[in-house]
Ligand binder design. Sequence first.
Ligand code: GRF
Length: 193
Amino acid sequence: MVEIKNKRIIVFASGTGTNFINLYNNVINGKIILLVSNNPNCAAVKFAIQNKIDISIINTYRFPIEKNKNKQYEIVLNSYKPDLILLAGFMKKIPENIIALYNNKIINIHPSLLPKFGGKGFYGIKVHEAVIKSGDSFTGVTIHFVNGKYDKGLVIMQEHVLVDKKDNAITLSKKVLKKEYELYLKVVNLFCK
Ligand code: GRF
């Protein structure tokens, strides 16, 4: 029997990390070997501690000089040799040196149908508030490669989510998040296969 080697996955997260947790619990033929975060107090880091996942905290507090901070990403990533880097609610821009080194290996999830409601300033609940305000009858989830511009990398997969007349930003965010779990896992499993 041919043994399938687990793909080495690094996740970047700054917040609750529910996508990270969902991936950690369900990915097939892949293993999350490291969590990178800028926020040592976030729930994603707490989960990583509880589950003995390696953690690297990279932020301006630890690395006040930007050049050093960017170099630190490089040192850490290179030492873990990832096959795939997944952004899951990571609130900082990925520096150019990392994008160049890991071209087409960095993937992000965004809670709308890009290019709609994407780019600088469209994050978290703001995305869903804008969708509700627009009156659109559907929104969705986008998985895309990461390049140097916010939410502008090549789209890998998208899935729509209906907006009900009764929805507000909160109810919509819950529906979209549920779809995010499905779609991110699907894409990552396909990659690992
Ligand atoms: C998700 O909505 C994702 O699309 C966006 O950030 C949010 C992270 O949520 N990039 P969680 O931390 O995984 O719960």
